[in-house]
Design a protein around this ligand. Sequence first.
Ligand code: G1P
Ligand code: ZN
Length: 543
Amino acid sequence: MGIRVISTQPFSDQKPGTSGLRKKVPVFQQPHYLENFVQSIFDSIAAPKGAAMVLGGDGRYYNRAAIQIILKMAAANGFGKVIVGRGGILSTPAASCVIRKYQTFGGIILSASHNPGGPDGDFGIKYNSSNGGPATEAVTEAIFARSKIINEYRIFDAGDVVIDKVGVSTLGDMQVQVFDPVGDYAELMESLFDFAAIRNLLSSGFAIRFDAMHAVNGPYAKGILERRLGAPAGSVMNAAPLEDFGGGHPDPNLTYAHDLVEIMYGGNAPDFGAASDGDGDRNMILGRKFFVTPSDSLAVIAANATLAPGYHKGLAGIARSMPTSAAADRVAQALGIPCFETPTGWKFFGNLMDAGKVTLCGEESFGTGSNHVREKDGLWAVLFWLNILAVRKQSVESILREHWAEYGRNFYSRYDYEGLPTEAAHGVMQHLKNSFATLAGAQFGKYTVKFCDDFSYTDPVDGSVSKGQGIRIIFTDGSRIVFRLSGTGTEGATLRVYLEAFEADVAHHHLDAQAALAELIRIALQVSELKQRTGREQPTVIT
Ligand code: G1P
Ligand code: ZN
């Protein structure tokens, strides 16, 4: 027993992406692969001797093995304490919550979010800093730089640590504190929402269904919705976290959360449905036979925020990613608060929240959250909705219809073209950029182009500039088409086309989004030459 220093060779592919390092499980299982990356984190963050950190993951295949390796490496690298979720489990928002609550020197989260898991699936690892949010680009770049020259790592030589029982054990000079992964998070939720009102709602015959998709939120949803709030047993479905998510794709949208969608659109459907993803930070909200777009969900939460005790004083501001619809902007305007438009990715919200400029944040990609943590938070969004429903005592659909009548409706849809040849995808983007001059002022049926650009963002807190964040074609009536290349895809290129049309007239609010957006879709295909350049007739996924 003792600290061993192991010689190693660098791997060239350890550059963290949008959200940490994500690779196929067999890549992580190569000798030294995980160890090199973990040592690169420790070398880069330079935690003071005796520091504490948080450790946990979404429970996917390789989670448990990785936890043991990281514990032993933390002990050999001078940490004084590691706080581990029981069974190695911690949802991403719960990890953020615990880092903040116990003021640790950040934490390591093991997750590949909504990507499929299992022996041939994906695994991932990322470091979150002491504000509870994903490490900034400066830190991830330092980790990558280190990974390219690393030649040894330190690991404590000992048997495996028991992580399935709450309690404290030691590994050399380091304490390992195994804690209930749900408790602190549930307590935070209880401080934000009116649990008594939600309890009343759920005991009055209001039926809910939450699809945990065999992912990390199962224990959280059971613990909070069923045990603390009294939803009948079985309200949480697919509740047992499985290492391969039951073979499913743990992404809460109308395509992948099909078990839930069938129930919510079937006979005798529950009043409210929701789902979250592999690591619990995404959410989808459904009413009976009714889908709430994530952009609308953000706007409704903003408009009704003061109904929840944690937000009764109102909002400092709202932030949304650029492709997210402007529905939240209309609410911000009515409330007289600022609305920030940031590039895609949660990391751009951190500075705004830390500076107290925004309370709520959201992305069209099923991400909603607030300054209670520094990650998006799936179950938080579900509880916010239940709190609103408990106070307003209306159906999800009628809340949306009233919202549109008051603010107008932003019809919205996203078309994803996945696995495109990289050159063809870049060709579409280049062609669009070359067309900016001719597009300005051009008329397409009822739409006239007001302006087009490649979105650039200047962070109002630290002044940093992020360029090339997506092509926008903005029409005079506020409708938009946005083209972006995905930053998380693993095979070829994924081109996303975001479509948004504003409709003030309540007589048209009942329309189906695809019908309302048909003309914009035609314009998008025409101006981008997408079909000709990629050979693709149809998108892979429509959300
Ligand atoms: C996607 C989403 C983006 C989200 C990110 C991480 O990124 O579009 O909103 O922040 O996943 O969950 P993309 O693949 O578009 O770069
Ligand atoms: Zn996720």
